[in-house]
Ligand binder design. Structure first.
Ligand code: HEC
Length: 340
């Protein structure tokens, strides 16, 4: 029989051919699946249901938001008092890094889960609070349309505060869709977005270090040291700096000097309760920062102690730095005969 392999030697000779045939078959299946998924995840899947942007413009979901684009879709609501404003703040950091590519080939789409409350005007204030501009669209719409679209994207929470903090990223042209998160390393989140571009593998920045160097990424968002510092970097640094000016929220430099310790502890643990109770400082702060709200991050009392010891240590360091600066200024004046 023609196909009978009679000797071991013969079998060894044919093995490479068999393996090659297998590889070709597997490759063909992969290509077919990839091709098919591109077809499946089109307008028929994502729908062209109308939603409304923060500028009050009506859009068709697939055609206007996803088609031919690399997209990052996330869910939030503007009155969220826990992780979703932190998610948006961390996403805003990735947005800044993507720079010129935003609105060119990469687009962010953030959809409210609270359309009854989130009017286009509210979304616009929220959007401006995070310096979101070109290429980042905030959407509201009818409850029915939002529910249909979020179910398609795997966001199936039945209560607002149970919603996922991860996001759906994809390239609607190649049909590749994934989940990613901004709650871990932001460099990895950035990389996962860039890798959706088939051309990215040809770029010089395919590894994390090269990317960090090229975009001057501040790795403080990814690292941790002091227990309070770890919490600060993970949960606070997207909105607050200590001594580097306002971000989306007050600079926390000297906050341990301008506020009572007990107030700080209570506020950091439950800012939403302080606001609801009409605490005058909480109300004044909230008025001074419209759009962004200090979130309740679910810290436990130990976290809050760590946080406070970190903020105090930072303030002590700043005080020393200020004294040193004052001393060297004085020495400079003396040396140049400027002081009496
Ligand atoms: C999503 C952005 C965001 C995050 C994340 C965030 N905050 Fe805030 N924080 C604010 C805003 C905005 C205010 C001003 C009050 C307001 O508008 O609600 C504020 C106010 C404060 C204040 C009062 C400042 C003052 O001048 O008295 C403290 C203290 C504070 N935050 C600490 C923290 C700590 C600690 C963390 C992390 C555990 C944190 N915040 C995380 C946005 C944020």
């Amino acid at each position: 029989m023609l196909w009978a392999i009679t000797t071991t030697k013969e079998a060894m000779r044919l093995l490479p051919h068999a393996l090659l045939a297998c590889a070709v078959a597997i490759f063909a299946v992969l290509v077919a699946t990839e091709g098919r998924s591109a077809d499946v995840r089109g307008e028929e899947y994502f729908t062209n249901l109308p939603l409304v942007t923060s500028e009050g413009e009506e859009i068709a979901f697939f055609d206007d938001m996803l088609k031919d684009k690399i997209v990052v879709v996330s869910f939030f609501y503007s009155e969220c008092t826990d992780y979703c404003s932190l998610t948006v703040a961390r996403l805003a950091q990735v947005y800044q890094w993507l720079g010129e590519r935003m609105g060119e080939d990469i687009f962010f789409v953030s959809i409210t889960l609270d359309p009854e409350n989130d009017t286009p005007e509210k979304l616009q204030t929220f959007k401006e609070g995070f310096d979101a501009d070109k290429g980042w669209t905030f959407l509201t719409g009818s409850r029915e349309n939002i529910d249909t679209i979020r179910f398609k994207l795997g966001e199936k929470a039945r209560a607002l505060n149970l919603h996922r903090t991860d996001m759906v990223i994809g390239n609607a042209k190649t049909g590749v869709w994934r989940r990613s998160s901004v709650m871990g390393s932001l460099t990895i989140a950035l990389q996962s977005i860039l890798e959706l571009d088939p051309e990215h593998s040809k770029s010089a920045q395919t590894n994390a270090e090269a990317l960090q160097a090229a975009l001057k990424i501040n790795t403080v968002y990814d690292l941790s040291a002091h227990p309070g510092e770890a919490i600060f970097l993970r949960a606070c640094a997207s909105c607050h700096t200590i001594g580097y000016g306002e971000r989306y929220a007050p600079d926390l430099a000297a906050v341990t000097l301008r506020r009572e310790e007990d107030w700080l502890k209570a506020y950091i643990m439950n800012p939403d309760l302080a606001l609801k109770a009409g605490d005058p400082t909480a109300v004044a702060l909230n008025d001074a920062y419209p759009g962004v709200v200090m979130p309740n991050l679910g810290l436990n009392p130990v976290d809050v102690e760590d946080m406070l010891s970190y903020l105090k240590a930072a303030d002590a360091r700043l005080a020393v730095a200020e004294e040193e600066a004052a001393a060297s200024f004085e020495a400079f004046e003396k040396a140049h005969g400027l002081s009496e």
